[in-house]
Unconditional design. Structure first.
Length: 294
């Protein structure tokens, strides 16, 4: 099932995306907990009039209950372009995933215009990622059971201020948590439709040109392993969002480096889920809700 959220009288509402870009609203479902508990019954009983996707302003398919949990350096070539070949020396791969978080205030919609944040950074960069939404919480989840805790998957852009990421010691939090730096969507695909999260093409485009092209089969730590590692001694909650890392091709690692500029459009896509499209504008202070176009 392909679930999305859209604005109705200014408030987010859930719906199910049907064929032909039609959306079946889910009246009475206002929270992720209600969605998780009642999804099957409301979609079976659903008799609301269908809406056209093109008329709706989408927001992120979920508001995470706390900081977004993120994996760094989860694709070998991205590790190499960022750290692994430093000064010609091979740096050994970490034997556990690198973890950090982004604040919930980073969340933005899949088609929002986004602020360039130029008062704070001139090195804003893109990172397309497969995002995992936890359905059943838990602690000490085994790698074997991990995927049964997943409610679904979506696409995220872990937008990163590279100068701030490195200006505050070895802690990435600030550079990863500027407002509106985690657009997500356009839909949440339930886990029953993505039986193998390690078999998805993943790509990012800058003004229509491919800048990242990867595949989740090349993740160093699988989705199941990441869930097992994070949940060791730490309770995962329903609705938690985990960003699973980005492939090679970030702007900072290019020669010369490329960073997001006023008017640039970044698109992030994961196979079987969909594509985000966000244009960056210098004059914006906050995200400006936008619609899918074509
Ligand atoms: Mg990232």
């Amino acid at each position: 099932m392909r679930i999305l959220r859209f604005l109705q009288a200014g408030a987010p509402c859930y719906g199910v995306l049907k064929p032909d870009n039609l959306v079946m609203p889910l009246p009475g479902i206002t929270s992720f907990e209600e969605l998780r508990s009642h999804l099957r019954e409301v979609t079976v009983a659903g008799d609301s009039p269908l809406l056209s996707l093109d008329t709706l302003t989408l927001v992120s398919p979920i508001d995470p209950p706390r900081n977004i949990l993120c994996v760094g350096w989860n694709y070998l070539k991205h590790f190499d372009e960022s750290l692994g070949k430093r000064e010609g020396q091979d740096v050994p791969l970490p034997d556990r995933p690198t973890l950090f978080t982004k604040l919930p205030t980073t969340v933005a919609g899949p088609y929002d215009a986004l602020p360039l944040q130029q008062s704070y950074t001139d090195k804003l960069d893109w990172e397309v990622e497969l995002a995992v939404i936890i359905g059943t919480g838990g602690r000490d989840i085994s790698e074997h059971d991990a995927l049964s805790h997943v409610f679904g998957y979506t696409v995220a852009n872990d937008i990163s201020a590279r100068d701030l990421q490195r200006a505050h010691g070895a802690q990435w939090f600030k550079g990863k948590s500027l407002d509106c730096t985690c657009p997500m969507g356009p839909v949440l695909v339930t886990a029953d439709e993505i039986t193998n999260p390690q078999d998805l093409a993943i790509a990012c485009y800058l003004n229509g040109e491919v800048v990242q092209s990867g595949h989740t089969s090349r993740q160093i730590f699988s989705v199941a392993r990441v869930i097992a590692e994070i949940s060791a001694g730490l309770t995962l909650l329903p609705g938690d969002v985990i960003l699973t890392g980005t492939p090679e091709g970030i702007g900072a690692a290019r020669t010369p480096p490329v960073f997001i500029r006023d008017g640039d459009t970044i698109e992030c896509e994961v196979q079987g889920i969909g594509r985000l499209r966000n244009t960056f504008k210098a004059q914006l202070r906050d995200a400006q809700p936008g619609r899918h176009q074509g």
